[in-house]
Design a protein around this ligand. Structure first.
Ligand code: SAM
Length: 276
């Protein structure tokens, strides 16, 4: 008999994953955490019934949320990641020699413990001397920060539970203040098919705060609809002015310099959605 894990997206759309083995289940103070071995995607971290990362395709999401802002900023030395307890975004950010410090603020220590135990290839990053883990609510953490970071990456789960307010004006305003004069904020902004209200809201709020706001896309098989959006907000630098020499020698599997420019070319319905 086979076991299937079913991820509910809408009343009319569910993803079915064949499970070889459930490796871990725990109710944490914040969410229901599971680690499963999936037939086609390898080990998966699941929070409140939503797949966060799988061994097979985590590289796509983590490269795309990280390299676009890291290259748009010409010299990012201090980077803050909010969420991202799986360590994948931090791994990508630490590929840049100029980075002196990466702070990762994860609300749920149990996520980090599970990654250490079940995803050793991701957990390496937690021992990098430039990496600092802070277990805290990212919303509270940024409130007291001023002009401290070159890049902030919001690698959050979906806007439910502890992540709800990571998609709202007060938090983005605090991120704006926490960034240096030429800082860049990059957020995962959900699916252009299923979460159009989120993309519109995020774009609207960030456009009221930052000089440049741009949406880009990546194909991520694991996430509902496969098409995923990121919204990058910059105080000074524009992605279209970037020279990509710094990408040379950075080892990636999805990202390439061509992808850097291509990912900002949006299908018409996404253009219409964000009003560009
Ligand atoms: N790539 C994933 C995705 O889009 O599905 C998200 C990766 S990561 C696992 C998301 C993390 O954000 C979770 O570990 C969750 O605990 C964390 N998180 C949610 N709300 C948070 C908050 N307010 N402050 C800090 N971390 C938060």
């Amino acid at each position: 008999m086979s076991i299937w894990f079913i991820e509910d997206e809408t009343p009319g759309y569910k993803l079915h994953w064949k499970v070889n083995r459930v490796l871990y289940q725990k109710q944490t103070p914040y969410q229901y955490l599971e680690v499963m071995d999936l037939e086609d995607f390898g080990r998966a971290l699941v929070l409140d019934g939503a797949v966060q990362i799988t061994e097979k395709d985590e590289f796509i999401y983590n490269e795309m949320i990280s390299h676009i802002p890291m290259l748009t900023h010409p010299n990012p030395k201090k980077v803050l990641i909010i969420g991202g307890g799986d360590g994948g975004a931090a791994r990508e950010v630490l590929k840049y020699e100029e980075v002196e410090e990466v702070q990762l603020v994860e609300i749920d220590e149990e996520v980090v413990k599970a990654v250490r135990e079940f995803f050793p290839q991701l957990a390496d990053v937690f021992d990098d001397p430039r990496f600092r883990l802070i277990v805290d609510d990212g919303i509270e953490f940024v409130k007291s920060k001023e002009e401290e970071y070159d890049v902030i990456i919001v690698d959050s789960s979906d806007p439910v539970g502890p992540a709800v307010n990571l998609f709202d004006h007060p938090f983005y305003n605090d991120c704006f203040k926490a960034l240096k004069q030429d800082g860049i904020l990059n957020v995962q902004s959900e699916s252009p098919f299923f979460n159009q209200d989120i993309i519109k809201k995020v774009t609207g709020i960030l456009s009221g705060l930052f000089k440049h706001v741009d949406t880009y896309l990546a194909c991520i098989p694991t996430y509902p609809s496969g098409l995923w959006s990121f919204t990058m907000a910059s105080k000074a630098y524009r992605y279209s002015d970037v020279r990509l020499e710094r990408a040379t020698g950075i080892n990636t599997r999805y990202f390439t310099p061509d992808i850097f420019h291509a990912c900002f070319k949006l299908p018409r319905f996404v253009h219409d959605l964000i009003g560009k």
